[in-house]
Unconditional design. Sequence first.
Length: 213
Amino acid sequence: MPRSFAHRRRDSLRFNWSVLRHRLGRSAVFYWLAVAALGIVTYLAATGNTPGDRATRQVIIATAAVDPGDTLSPADIAVVAVAEAAVPDDALDDYPDGSTPGSPIRVGVGLHRGDIVTQRHLSRAESELAAIVGDGRTAVSIDHDNEALPITVNDVVDLYSVDTGGSIRNVARSVAIVSTSPRHLVAAVPNARVPEIISAQLGGVLTVALSGQ
């Protein structure tokens, strides 16, 4: 028997409680997820323990090329954030110990633009010449007539000794010249060869031969 209009009207007004419970349950899940996410963000902000902070480190880089022996002035450097994995252990994040902030820093190893400045780049030497010579070498003065055989800074030479008996012996190969004058050269000689070169000069004649490059 067909239902009366009154019955159909009553059914349409009946509230669907199962739908309401489903919607409320889903809303509660989203609500608590949002609360949890907000809590995590608040904690990280309060502690400063963000992924970006852990992944980078402040270091000094060169903003221009600097040659060995030159000074690194404040205009030649900048402080930037670099990925922690790319930072050398001896990278500088401040002026080195013993130097005054803002004062020039002498460089022993050349820098290219964008290089991270490390302790290895800095010279412990006091003079420009000593900075150029570098570790493991000694600056040795050699008698030489620079008019007869012109030698310039950065030339690479071989050194031969000639004793009083006329014997010729090679005492050093591929030695870099770091300073010149009309009658003398200064060569950056390996430390182990210094005594032999000095002995050769005192005992006879030390001859300079320009090496081909």
